[in-house]
Design a binder for this molecule. Structure first.
Ligand SMILES: Cc1cc2nc3c(=O)[nH]c(=O)nc-3n(C[C@H](O)[C@H](O)[C@H](O)COP(=O)(O)OP(=O)(O)OC[C@H]3O[C@@H](n4cnc5c(N)ncnc54)[C@H](O)[C@@H]3O)c2cc1C
Length: 483
């Protein structure tokens, strides 16, 4: 076990949710924290920034899940409680351009009637046979994560669905848009284990099964307040500082410093790398690359995504709900002009384009036309609207692609190098915690733990255990640094 003294110097590279969360808990624990972010603003893939017109742009459409207990705690602790910055949404719309649409309640506790009646009715979207074929989803989802892993990680969602005798309509109208929307990948590229992990999490977290949207730009709601919180606790936050080289001292078997693009050399006692795997892989020092641990990082498969934001001459949806669209490369969109980025006139929608692999070399105008037409097939108001402005953000690498065995081979946050830790959504918790069997044991440990820091770490473990792919997993890294 690694032990470090309080007030030792911690350098964190990457100011996304992972790096900032890690920084927050280390600063709370009394460490001397410095954060280096390559972009001019914080937030990484969840960031928002202003364009030349002064309008907020988001890297990609984001929703908040009710089960993000860690994230909610963090928001409360930095003085931005979830209730202040989010609005809750209790339904989800699904549209098939070749057929009908349906609206399903997503919250059996807060919207029980809508959820139950919605599931039982709307037979033109999913007929009785389709609904029956959904039953096999619940049985595996009720088993432990370890069982899920051993039984289903070798199968794709489509293979598993065929084996259960599931219907084509469920595959095309529910599973495919879901896989495209959450992980930018087809069900043929999506491990059944990861998919069932989401189902597992939903079933066990039934009380928190809610969706939320943001009441504004995340820069103002989360990242600036988080940076201020850190600075008040003595941390330094530098943006626009790119990591260029990681120095490794072979004789000491530890890192000796970081070289930044502006020429400064950063020396610390502990280094936390909280940049994406694909940005870290080319920076891994040569002597470390042959270690299986680091070799695996370069091999993680990655999915691209394209984010398109359209300004329209009219409001094209009368609610801020999330819309899943099947059979089109626009699996999810949201109208944002009323609650998120308020505009005096017209509408504004944010769209994820996925799978994006074959669309990355398209011209922006062609993509905008395609998105407009695609959404126009399921929403007459969008079809009738004129696009008055558009922003296209292409991200060739954006999330780990959840191919069979990919998510379960994510690296642990404690590396073989004693003074190097990793954080971020592509990392996984420590193997000792992973082996700890049932979540009940962890719950007991949490109850008995007097330290709130330990509690948070156990919460983070639990989050990882339920395979929350979008977790703010810097909490666990912070715990690793402290332990
Ligand atoms: C389009 C899209 C939609 C998503 N939707 C949701 C959603 O609805 N809900 C949800 O919970 N999650 C969602 N996610 C996932 C969520 O955004 C990520 O899991 C989370 O933001 C990852 O945080 P991170 O800190 O691990 O990585 P990042 O956010 O990628 O942070 C890494 C940081 O490192 C910086 N960096 C990289 N290289 C260097 C370098 N050499 N030197 C210095 N800094 C560097 C980057 O600029 C970045 O700021 C979505 C992701 C995408 C891409």
């Amino acid at each position: 076990m690694k032990t470090i003294q309080r007030m030792q110097r911690i350098a964190i590279v990457g100011g996304g949710l992972g790096g900032l969360t890690c920084a927050k808990y280390l600063a709370d624990a009394g460490m001397n924290v410095r954060i280096y972010e390559g972009l001019p603003f914080l937030g990484g893939r969840a960031s928002t920034f202003r364009d030349d017109d002064g309008e907020w742009i988001e890297q990609g459409l984001h929703l908040f899940l009710g089960s993000y207990s860690e994230f909610r705690t963090l928001l409360t602790e930095i003085g931005r409680p979830a209730e202040d910055i989010l609005y809750w949404i209790d339904q989800l719309h699904l549209h098939d351009p070749q057929g009908p649409a349906a609206t399903y309640g997503v919250n059996p506790i807060f919207a029980p009637l809508r959820t139950i009646l919605g599931a039982l009715s709307q037979n033109d979207y999913l007929g009785p046979l389709d609904k029956l074929s959904l039953a096999p989803l619940t049985a595996p989802a009720l088993t432990s994560i370890e069982n899920l892993r051993s039984k289903y990680d070798s199968l794709t969602v489509t293979e598993w669905w065929r084996q259960t005798g599931g219907t084509d309509d469920v595959l095309e109208r529910v599973l495919r848009p879901f896989c495209r929307a959450v992980q930018f990948s087809e069900p043929e590229q999506f491990s059944a284990f990861d998919f069932l992990g989401w189902a597992h999490q939903s079933i066990y977290g039934l009380l928190q099964l809610r969706l939320a949207g943001y009441k504004g730009a995340r820069e103002e709601l989360i990242f600036r307040p988080l940076a201020e919180y850190l600075q008040q606790r003595g941390a330094t936050v530098q943006t626009g500082i790119q990591l260029r080289q990681i120095e490794y001292e072979e004789s000491q078997k530890s890192l000796s410093g970081l070289l930044m693009a502006d020429g400064q050399r950063v020396v610390a006692d502990v280094y936390v790398i909280a940049i994406p795997a694909w940005a870290f892989a080319p920076l891994i020092p040569m002597p470390l690359r042959r270690l299986p641990y680091f070799e695996g990082i370069a091999k993680l498969p990655v999915a691209p995504a394209i984010s398109v934001q359209l300004w329209l001459d009219r409001v094209a949806a009368d609610n801020p709900d999330f819309y899943l669209v099947c059979r089109e490369p626009t699996p999810v969109y949201q109208e944002q002009s009323q609650l998120t980025y308020r505009t005096a006139s017209g509408g504004r929608i944010s769209v994820i384009v996925s799978p994006a692999d074959h669309l990355l070399d398209w011209e922006d105008e062609a993509l905008v036309r395609m998105v407009h037409q695609s959404l126009g097939k399921v929403n007459a108001a969008i079809a009738a609207a004129t696009v008055t402005k558009s922003v296209v953000l292409k991200h060739p690498q954006h999330l780990v692609r959840p191919l069979p065995f990919a998510m379960s081979s994510r690296p642990k946050q404690a590396t073989p190098v004693p003074n190097l830790f990793l954080a971020g959504d592509w990392t996984s918790r420590s193997s000792s915690a992973a082996k700890k069997a049932p979540s009940g044991v962890e719950r007991l440990a949490r109850r008995q733990s007097s330290s709130s820091f330990m509690k948070r770490s156990f919460d983070a473990c639990l989050m990882q255990q339920t395979l929350k792919l979008w977790s703010i997993d810097g909490v666990n890294a912070a715990h690793g640094v402290c332990s």
